[in-house]
Design a protein around this ligand. Sequence first.
Ligand SMILES: C[S@@+](CC[C@H](N)C(=O)[O-])C[C@H]1O[C@@H](n2cnc3c(N)ncnc32)[C@H](O)[C@@H]1O
Length: 264
Amino acid sequence: MRPGGDTPDDAVPPAADLRSPRPGVETITWKGRLGPMGLGVSSRTFRPTTITHVLAQAMEVRRGDVVIDVGCGSGILGIIAAKLGASRVYGTDVSPDVVDVASGNAARHGVAHCTTFFQGDLFSALPSDVRADLIVGDVSGVPDELAADSGWFPSRTGGGRRGCELPIRMIREAGRRLAPAGRMLLPTATLQDEPPILDAARAAFASVVKVAQRAIPLPSAIAEADSLKRLAQEGVIHLGTRGSRLIWDARVWRCDAAPGSGTA
Ligand SMILES: C[S@@+](CC[C@H](N)C(=O)[O-])C[C@H]1O[C@@H](n2cnc3c(N)ncnc32)[C@H](O)[C@@H]1O
């Protein structure tokens, strides 16, 4: 998936990381796992949110793993994977300047030698022989209309009409990109049509286990969006309440291929 909607990290670089960013690229501070780290982001870069933090915590990287970070944004999750011992990290994103932005961040954090970023749809830009031990499958996954109304996605991409179409396509394509006994980390949320995504994951993987869950308040400006109300009435998205606030649930799933095989 997944939406932003929670507070992005602050725009203050740590003192040890004051490399001047390129024009049009500002520096924010990643305060999650292995942070603080300065990260360059442009106006087209998705800024890390609570779910990025949850995914970073959930990532189990073994020394020597090959990792694919799909929907890599600033490259932060791939950079963390490299720092945790991955031998090779490939990141992809549709954002037009992802190669420049994410590669700059990898260089800044000393992992340029083992990271490569590509611009393109899902796995399509990767060399055909790349197979991963771990796929971090974090592509956009809120309904297109909500993505547009919320402004959460600087690359202006949603996950399809119901927010499940793109994640399902990613799950189906992931099989060809997994090494034997590979695994995928998959975020889902109640701000998308979640059940068909989990059905697709259960059909493609030998096991699908929830490893994290968070309830996240919806910003009040978005709570008023017509698309949000309509999608809730249609039963596409599901919101709860905490006091006067609307909340949505985010979950992270560990999807394991059968031992000795990829998923397909
Ligand atoms: C929720 S953001 C996650 C970014 C990053 N992983 C993070 O946590 O900061 C989803 C990312 O998926 C990208 N994206 C959307 N559609 C895509 C596609 N078809 N193929 C690859 N990336 C895509 C968006 O540009 C966005 O950067």
